[in-house]
Structure formats: C-alpha cells, structure tokens
Design a protein around this ligand. Structure first.
Ligand SMILES: NC(=O)c1ccc[n+]([C@@H]2O[C@H](COP(=O)([O-])OP(=O)(O)OC[C@H]3O[C@@H](n4cnc5c(N)ncnc54)[C@H](O)[C@@H]3O)[C@@H](O)[C@H]2O)c1
Length: 379
C-alpha cells in the first residue's frame, strides 16, 4: 500500500460515496482539492482519488512546499450538479470526514467545487483552503494557477524556440473552464495566436472574447501549433493520441495528463517537449500556502507563483544534461524527496512540518524555498 490512509464513507446525509485519500504527510499536512464528479462506479472515484492524491504529493515536493498529497473525491450519481440543498448536505458530509482526520489533511477547490463550497465545508472543519476572501480565505485559486501556467509557458518557449516571448506564438487551449479562461486572457494579452475548444459549447463566448478560433476538442488536441495547453481533464495523452499530435510542446494545468507513465517516453521519442503537469499546475496551491499558511504578502505570493518558470527551467536543463525526459527528472526528484515507503518520515499528526530536504537543488531555486509553517496556523 503506497498511501498512508484511505477512507471511503457513505455520507450520512447525502448517501453518496466520499473518498479521502492521504498519500503522504512526511513533508507536512496533506493537501488536495475536493472533486465532485460522476463516475460509473464508486470504485472508479476511489481509483481517481488514489491517483490524484499521489500526484499532489509530487506537486508539493517539486514546488518545495511544506505539504504532502491528498485528495477528496465524491462520486456523483449522474453528470448533473447536485441541487443546492443536496449540495449543502454533501459538503457537510465531506467536512465531517475531513474533520475526523484531525488535521492530517486539508481540502480546497477542484473540478466541480469552488470557494463558496469551501465555506460550507468549513462549517464542519477548519482544515480548508481557498474560501472566498470575504470569508478569510485566499479566494479562487484559478487565476494563480493560470499565472503559474503562463510562467511555465514562457520557460517552455525559451527552451523550445529560443525566446520566452509569447507574441506571435500559437497555442491550442483544450478546456475553457476557470483556469483555461484565465490562460486565454493572459496569452491574448501577451500577443499570442490562439485556438480553443471545450465540450461545453457555452464556453465559445470565452474564446470569442479573447480572439481565439473555436474548434472541436479533437481538432484542438491535434492542431499544428507551437504549444498545446491541456486545461480540461486528465488522461488525454495516450499511446493512441500521441502519434496524432502536431504540436511542438505541451504545458498546461490539467492534472494527470498522461494515461500511463510510459506515455512520457512516447512524447520524448517524438521530440515533443512535455512539461510535467505537477510542475506547471502548482500556482494555486503555492499561492494558497503562501497566503493562508505563511501569511505572506500578495506580492511575495505572486513571486513564488512566478517561480514555477525557474523550477521548470531547472527540470528542463537537467533533462537535457542527463539526456532523459523531463518526466524522468520529476519522477526521480519526487522519489528522492519521499524515500522508499518503509523509510518515509513519520506521518504528520495534524501539524504542518518543515519540508524534507531531499528534493535536492534541481527544483529548489531561491524563490521556492519555504520556511517551516510550524503547527501554529493550519487552515
Ligand atoms: N482550478 C485550479 O486552481 C486548478 C489547479 C491545479 C490544477 N487544475 C486542473 O486544471 C484543469 C482545469 O481546472 P478548472 O478549475 O479550470 O476546471 P473547470 O471544471 O472549471 O474547467 C474544465 C473545463 O474543461 C471542459 N472539458 C471537460 N472535458 C473536456 C474535454 N474532453 N474536452 C474539452 N473540454 C473539456 C469543461 O467543460 C470545463 O469547461 C483540471 O484538470 C484541474 O484538475 C486546476
């Protein structure tokens, strides 16, 4: 068993299956969003929670955060969002499960939830990130995630095309939800050429607002562009989809973009630069940690988010020096930061502890060194 703790419970009020997976707390309290999504079976939701929480551990380690990885997944019976009263019951059920962990895990927004939902969960537990600013939280994480993606895109362009300038470069944004819409705005403001797609055709107005050409999701995925920006759900890069790609590089916020670890090798063989999602998508988490856990100024938090560009540059440089894929560099880094399962540091018992120092210098440029959060100010 790779995870420290996995709970699946039928909500007392909602009757819905709620899984909280805590992957690792050796670096500090586990953090990871609360996903409300339809799965064919609750075990599929459990599988997703296991995968996503492990990815969160990697994300925290690569960013050098004093946190471990966790995730909440609620399996919805169908694709419709729950009605307001049912949603409230469900979020209270989620809060009760998190409260039972006594600070080993804190949640935040993810696909299907937002800052207002965090306020409702916070009625049952204080271990919640990203409530609205009016409620004392750091607010919506998506603009900060998008800012981190933009920093990563500049690094990718510098590495692949010799210039970090985004003007005139072409990007295909797959998914115009909360993060994708912010990325479209930032890229348009930087003078980039955009195409975009979303399964929700109502998002077409977002594309139009930023001068992006609207195409089908399939055409977006296989477009001949400089950079593909996955901003929908994960699992889009597969042995079947990689041969059809016509982009030079891929970098975006979607979690778990590869269907399997080996797919990174397929991209590398095709000469497509894939920037690992756990490095690219950490902006929201970095911002929330800086503001809510360490009470840093907005400027300092923004500088940390911008540091994603430096972190990624270090990863890409190491990949080139060692003649391996960026995914391999990140995998090695995460493995070094955790150690073998039997030898990992003791789980954090509700206390946010200083980061383990095993991540090495590769992803620890000055901007991403973090002080100990101590146990004083958990969310
Ligand atoms: N919100 C954050 O701060 C944050 C942080 C880190 C990672 N992420 C990841 O980034 C991705 C986007 O997050 P978000 O908050 O914008 O979610 P969101 O739910 O607001 O947006 C996702 C969008 O993708 C669209 N979509 C779903 N399936 C699609 C498909 N097959 N093809 C095209 N479009 C599709 C949806 O219609 C929606 O508009 C997710 O994978 C999320 O886990 C988000």
């Amino acid at each position: 068993m790779e995870h420290e703790l996995v709970i699946t419970e039928r909500g007392r009020r909602s009757g819905l299956p709620i899984t909280v997976a805590v992957h690792a707390t050796g670096r500090g309290m586990a953090a990871g969003g609360c996903r409300l999504e339809h799965y064919p079976h609750w075990r599929d939701g459990l599988d997703d929670a296991l995968r996503l929480s492990a990815a969160m551990t990697g994300k925290c380690a690569v960013a050098g955060l004093p946190l471990g990885g966790g995730k909440t997944v609620v399996t919805l019976p169908d694709r419709r969002a729950p009605a307001p009263a049912a949603r409230r019951d469900l979020l209270h059920d989620v809060g009760d499960v998190i409260a039972s962990l006594d600070g080993r895990y804190a949640t935040g927004p993810d696909v299907g939830t937002g800052p207002d939902d965090m306020t409702v969960i916070a009625e049952r537990t204080r271990h919640v990130f990203c409530r609205p600013r009016s409620a004392g939280g750091s607010g919506d994480s998506s603009p900060h995630t998008a800012a981190g993606v933009l920093a990563a895109l500049r690094t990718v362009c510098a590495d692949r095309f010799g210039s970090a300038d985004l003007a005139g470069r072409s990007f295909a944004i797959l998914g115009l939800g909360r993060v994708g819409a912010h990325i479209a705005a930032l890229l348009a403001a930087a003078g980039a050429r955009l195409i975009a797609a979303d399964v929700d055709t109502a998002r077409r107005v977002v594309a139009a607002r930023h001068g992006a050409t609207w195409v089908s999701p399939r055409d977006c995925l296989t477009a001949a562009v400089d950079v593909l920006v996955p901003a929908a759900l994960g699992g889009l890069l597969t042995a079947a989809s990689v041969p059809a790609l016509r982009c030079a590089a891929i970098a975006g916020p979607a979690n778990n973009q590869l269907d399997a670890a080996g797919t990174a090798g397929l991209l590398h063989e095709r000469g497509i630069l894939w920037a690992p999602d756990i490095a690219v998508s950490a902006g929201g988490l970095i911002h929330a940690t800086a503001v809510e856990l360490l009470h840093e100024t907005p400027e300092r938090a923004a500088a940390r988010v911008h540091g994603i560009g430096d972190t990624l540059a270090a990863i890409l440089n190491t990949a080139r020096t060692d003649a391996v894929s960026p995914a391999t560099v990140v995998d090695q880094l995460v493995a070094r930061s955790l150690g073998p399962v039997g030898s990992r540091p003791k789980p954090a018992s509700g206390k946010s502890s200083p980061p383990a120092d095993a991540a090495g210098t590769v992803t620890r440029p000055a901007m991403t060194s973090w002080p100990s959060a101590g146990s004083r100010d958990r969310p």
